[in-house]
Design a protein around this ligand. Structure first.
Ligand code: MN
Length: 736
C-alpha cells in the first residue's frame, strides 16, 4: 500500500485491530482516532498532507505486528502532546494511566530529536539520543515499537525534507534504529529501515544496484517464480518424504544487503551469485531437517554457508536453518527453513511476545525475555556509569553495535562478549573470582587454550583451581575491560611479591657468600641511603633490578672486602630479574611468554614446536614446562588434568639466537639423485639438516623424517614450499 497518499479510514483501522483481537477496547480505539484528527486539526506535513495521516499510518504499521490496542492508541496519540495543545493529564483522563505513560515515553524520545538542532557535536547528540531511547524503552518496550513505526513512516516520507536533514535522519536511522530493530528481532522493519536509509545516504550505489537487479530480472524473467515452482515440486511432492503442507516463498535480496555483501567480500556485483533468497516454512522442527535433507540431497551444497539457528538460536530469539545451494537454474540460492512459529518470531521479534494474546504487563512476558534482553540491562548499567555521552557511545559502539559473540555456561546462561573474546574474558564475565582462579577451559566439551577466540553459540566450561592466580600473559589477549583491569591489578601486587621474594633471595645469597647471617635488622639500617620506606620496598627494588644486591650489602658492611667478583654476581641478579619481569626485563627477553619465573622449559619432541607455531605449555612437577604445538596429539592425554595446562606464547621481542629443529615428513621418489636434490633445496633455503630417518621405503618412494634447523615457522614454511615445487618430491608435511 502506498503509505504516502492514502488515508486509512477509522473503520478500517478499528476493524483490523478487532480482527486479530476481538477483546480490544473498540470504543477507546474509535475515540483515539477522532482525538488525534481533532488535535492535529489543520496541521500539515512537509508533503502538504494533513498531519493526522502520520499517526494513523504509524498505528496501521503496528497492526501488522498485531499489537495490543493500547499500543495502537499510543501510536494514534504519539505526537499530540509534543505538537498540539493536548496535555498528558488529558490523555490520562481519557485513555487511562497506561496509555498516558506510553505516550509520555514516546514524547520524550521526540523531544530528544528536536534537541538535535543544538550545538552539540554530532556524536554527542547521537549518544544522548541513544541514551534516552534506551532509558525510555527499558520501561516498556512498546515505547520502542511505536517509535520504530514512527521512524519507519518518517523515513518513507523523507523526500519532502531538505537534503541535509534527510541525510542526518537517514544516518541516525542506520546507526541507532536499525541495530535496535535487529536486536528486538523485527526483521521486516529492520530491512525496510536499512534500505530506506541506504537509498538516502548513498543514492548512487542504491541506483546502480537497483538497475542491475532490474536488468537481471529482465534477463531471467520470472526466475524467482520458476525456482519456487521447482522447489515446491521437490519439497511438497518429492519422491522421498514429501511435505505437502510446506509453504515456499522467494524474493530477491534487498539492495542494501547486496551492497553490504559486496563490501564485506570486496567483490563486484557480477561476482555476487546469490542475490535470491527462498524460504520454506513447515509445521515442525522434524520437517525442517527433513526439508533440509531433501534440498541437500537434490542440489549441490555450497560449503561453509550452512547455519543451524534452530539448535543455536540467535540472541534475539531468531531460529531458522540457513543453507546455500546451486539451485534449479544453476544459480546460487540461499534457502531458509523454519517452522511457522519460528517464522512469526523471525518476522516480528519481541512483538511476537507483546502482541495482544500475551497480555501486556511485563510480569506476563515469557521467561525467555529475561535472557534475551539482558543486553538492555547491561546497557543501562553502562549508562549509569558513563560520565560523558560520547564516552557512552564509545562503549555502546564497542559492545552493542559491533559484532558480539554469545556463549553459554554449562547451565545454559547466556554470556554476551565482544567478538574476539577469550575463555578468560568469559571467566571474568561470569565472576571475578572465576576469572582469578581459572586454569583452563573446555569449549563445547574439549580442552582449548585460554587464548582461543570464542565463537557464537560456544558452550564454555571454565576450570578453576583454588590456588591458582591470573597470569600476566593473559593481559596480552583478553579484550574486555573487566578482565584487563582485574589482571592488571593482580599482576601489580603479584609482581611486587615476586620482586620482594627475589630481592630477599639475592641479598641472602650475597650475605652467605660473604660469610654473614642475613638479617632484616641490618637492612633496616640502610633504608635511608636508598630512600626506601620499608625493608620490603628495598627488597622489591633489588628484585626488580633497580638496586644491586651487592651495593646494598656493601652499604651495610662498608669496610668488607669482597670475596666473589662483584660483576659475576650482578650478572646473575640481572638474569634472574629479567625472568621475573618477562615483558620489561633489562636482560635478554625470554623466548616464551606466560611462564612462571624460574621454571625450566623444554620443547616437546613429539611435535617440535618452532617460533610462530601456536603453542601450549604442560607442567610436569620437578621437570618444568614442556611446550607443545596446539594441535599436538600428545595433548589428548592431558585433557583430564587441566591444572597442568598453561597458556604460553612466543615472545615477539625475543631475538632467537639459536635455530630450532623443525621436523618434516617427506615422501620422495625412489630415483637417482632424489636425495641429493632434496638436501640441495633445503640448503639453498638456509635450512640445516640435523637428522634424517627413513621410515619406509618402497620401490617407488622413500618416506622419511627430516629435522631441519630453522629460525621460525615462516622459515620452515618457505622450505616446505620450495620442496613442494621440486619435481622428485611427492609430498611434504610437518612431521610428528
Ligand atoms: Mn511521529
Amino acid at each position: 500500500m502506498n503509505r504516502q497518499a492514502k488515508i486509512i479510514r477509522q473503520y478500517e483501522l478499528v476493524e483490523r485491530v478487532m480482527g486479530y483481537d476481538p477483546n480490544a477496547d473498540e470504543d477507546a480505539l474509535n475515540r483515539a482516532y477522532v482525538f488525534a484528527m481533532k488535535a492535529h486539526g489543520s496541521q500539515t506535513r512537509a508533503s502538504g498532507d494533513p498531519y493526522y495521516m502520520h499517526p494513523i499510518w504509524v498505528a496501521w504499521l503496528l497492526t501488522s505486528l498485531k499489537l495490543d490496542h493500547k499500543s495502537i492508541i499510543t501510536a494514534l496519540l504519539h505526537d499530540t502532546v509534543e505538537d498540539t495543545l493536548t496535555t498528558l493529564e488529558e490523555i490520562q483522563r481519557l485513555f487511562g494511566p497506561e496509555v498516558a505513560r506510553l505516550v509520555d515515553g514516546v514524547t520524550k524520545l521526540s523531544r530528544i530529536e528536536l534537541q538535535n538542532i543544538g550545538e552539540q557535536s554530532e556524536s554527542t547528540k547521537q549518544a544522548e539520543n541513544f541514551r534516552k531511547l534506551v532509558l525510555a524503552m527499558s520501561e516498556d518496550i512498546r515505547v520502542l515499537l511505536v517509535k520504530l513505526a514512527d521512524r519507519l513512516h518518517n523515513m518513507e516520507t523523507l523526500q519532502f525534507l531538505k537534503p541535509e536533514k534527510r541525510r542526518r535522519i537517514a544516518r541516525e536511522t542506520l546507526e541507532i534504529y536499525v541495530p535496535l530493530a535487529e536486536r528486538i528481532g523485527i526483521q521486516r522493519w529492520k530491512d525496510e529501515l536499512e534500505d530506506l536509509s541506504f537509498r538516502e545516504m548513498n543514492p548512487d550505489a542504491y541506483e546502480s544496484i537497483k538497475i542491475r537487479l532490474d536488468e537481471m530480472e529482465k534477463v531471467g524473467a520470472g526466475r524467482v517464480d520458476r525456482i519456487i515452482d521447482e522447489l515446491k515440486k521437490t519439497i511438497c511432492l518429492g519422491n522421498e518424504s514429501p511435505i505437502p503442507e510446506a509453504e515456499i516463498s522467494g524474493r530477491r535480496k534487498s539492495p542494501y544487503s547486496i551492497w553490504r555483501k559486496m563490501h564485506a567480500k570486496n567483490v563486484a556485483f557480477e561476482q555476487l551469485s546469490d542475490v535470491m533468497a527462498f524460504r520454506i516454512v513447515v509445521d515442525s522442527v522434524g520437517e525442517c531437517y527433513q526439508a533440509l535433507g531433501t534440498i541437500h540431497g537434490r542440489y549441490p551444497v555450497v560449503p561453509g554457508r550452512f547455519k543451524d539457528y534452530i539448535s543455536t538460536p540467535k540472541p534475539n530469539g531468531y531460529q531458522s536453518i540457513h543453507t546455500t545451494v546451486i539451485g534449479p537454474e544453476k544459480q546460487r540460492i540461499e534457502v531458509q527453513i523454519r517452522t511457522r512459529d519460528m517464522h512469526e518470531v523471525a518476522d516480528m521479534g519481541v512483538a511476537a511476545h507483546w502482541s495482544y494474546k500475551q497480555g501486556v504487563t511485563p510480569a506476563d512476558t515469557p521467561k525467555t525475555e529475561g535472557r534475551q534482553y539482558r543486553w538492555l540491562r547491561e546497557l543501562l548499567d553502562i549508562l549509569e556509569h558513563a560520565t560523558r555521552p560520547d564516552e557512552f557511545l564509545e562503549h555502546t559502539k564497542l559492545e552493542l553495535f559491533q559484532d558480539q559473540v554469545f556463549c553459554f555456561t554449562p547451565k545454559g546462561d547466556l554470556i554476551a562478549l565482544p567478538r574476539g573474546a577469550t575463555p578468560v574474558d568469559f571467566a571474568y564475565a561470569v565472576h571475578s573470582q572465576v576469572g582469578d582462579t581459572c586454569v583452563g577451559a573446555k569449549i563445547n566439551g574439549r580442552m582449548q587454550p585460554l587464548r582461543a577466540h570464542l565463537q557464537n553459540g560456544d558452550q564454555v566450561e571454565v576450570l578453576t583451581s583454588k590456588n591458582s592466580s591470573p597470569s600476566p600473559d593473559w593481559e596480552n589477549f583478553v579484550i574486555t575491560g573487566k578482565a584487563r583491569a582485574r589482571i592488571r591489578r593482580f599482576v601489580r601486587t603479584q609482581q611486587r611479591d615476586e620482586h620482594i621474594k627475589l630481592g630477599r633471595g639475592l641479598l641472602e645469597r650475597v650475605f652467605r657468600q660473604e660469610g654473614y647471617e642475613y638479617s632484616e635488622k641490618a637492612v633496616e639500617g640502610v633504608l635511608k641511603i636508598y630512600q626506601q620506606q620499608g625493608v620490603d620496598d628495598l627488597l622489591a627494588a633489588i628484585g626488580a633490578g633497580q638496586t644491586g644486591a651487592r651495593d646494598v650489602f656493601n652499604s651495610i658492611f662498608p669496610g668488607h672486602r669482597t670475596i666473589t667478583p662483584a660483576a659475576a654476581d650482578e650478572k646473575v641478579a640481572a638474569a634472574v630479574a629479567a625472568k621475573a619481569k618477562p615483558r620489561k626485563g633489562t636482560g635478554t627477553p625470554l623466548a616464551i611468554r606466560g611462564l612462571i619465573p624460574g621454571m625450566a622449559v623444554h620443547y616437546a619432541r613429539c611435535c617440535h614446536p618452532i617460533v610462530g607455531d601456536r603453542i601450549v605449555g604442560i607442567v610436569t612437577t620437578g621437570k618444568g614446562v614442556t611446550i607443545h604445538t596446539i594441535d599436538c596429539e600428545t595433548l589428548e592425554s592431558f585433557h583430564d588434568s587441566p591444572e597442568r595446562w598453561i597458556d604460553v606464547s612466543w615472545n615477539p621481542d625475543a631475538s632467537m639466537t639459536e635455530d630450532m629443529a623443525g621436523r618434516l615428513s617427506v615422501v620422495v621418489a625412489n630415483e637417482t639423485g632424489a636425495l641429493g636434490n632434496l638436501s640441495t633445496v633445503i640448503g639453498k633455503n638456509g635450512g640445516n639438516i640435523t637428522n634424517l630417518k627413513i621410515t619406509n621405503r618402497t620401490s617407488d618412494f622413500f618416506e622419511m623424517l627430516i629435522d631441519v634447523d630453522v629460525h621460525d615457522v615462516k622459515h620452515l614454511t618457505n622450505i616446505m614450499a620450495a620442496l613442494r615445487a621440486t619435481p622428485v618430491i611427492h609430498s611434504v608435511e610437518r612431521g610428528r
